[in-house]
Design a protein around this ligand. Sequence first.
Ligand code: SAM
Length: 235
Amino acid sequence: MEADAKAYDELSGPQIEEGSQFVHELNLSLGDKVLDMGCGTGHVTKYIANIVGPDGQVVGVDPDAERIKIAKEKYKGISNLQFYVGSSAIGFLYDNEPYYDVHISTNAFHWIPNDEKSIYLQKAHQCLKSGGKLAIFCAAKMPDDVRTAGYYPLTQQGCRDLFQEIGFFNDVVVDEPPYLFRFKSFAEFKQWYKASTHLDLDDEDPVFIKKFITLEDDGQVSLKGLNICITACKD
Ligand SMILES: C[S@@+](CC[C@H](N)C(=O)[O-])C[C@H]1O[C@@H](n2cnc3c(N)ncnc32)[C@H](O)[C@@H]1O
């Protein structure tokens, strides 16, 4: 886990870029209090802290203690940025009161088991102020995606159904933009895959590899897929 956390910190460029772009488009305000759920080693969390400024506050939460250790060490001394081990299941700072203006999660929602997703959303609702915003960026379930171990993406329609079922958020918008990640070599892609998922690519079904990955003539690897962007409001 420790090796994966360090490798994730070094190799997560593609996720950080798209997560930061998603955050940029949220038009956060100076002074906002923001929760970053599933913050990993804290790159995007730090990006959020820069946007909300010294009068704002950003709390990064992740169940992986090794990732939180790296985040705390890297960003110590930044007054508006704090990191804690936690999750919706374990609990997190101010999870039981309307404290945050915005609840953000980038590239983590697809790791939450489907039967826990409604608990996650209930907690997200509970910790937001009235008028607060939930913003989730994650991977979409692709047709024929045969990866199984610990990976629980939903389709765009699956997300809409989930929010309709739980009912307590308003103005729910679900988009499904495509993504394209490029890696210098297959070896680099393998390393990134292990660091991001804790899974060994050799254990995955070759159908998955053939369907989503292209080995270019120059040895580079392209990974194509769909993301999900969700924004929703609390009354
Ligand atoms: C791919 S990383 C994303 C990290 C960061 N948000 C980013 O965009 O770079 C996914 C993170 O989700 C975390 N995670 C897994 N299960 C979770 C859960 N139930 N609740 C919150 N975070 C979870 C993992 O520990 C991991 O750090």
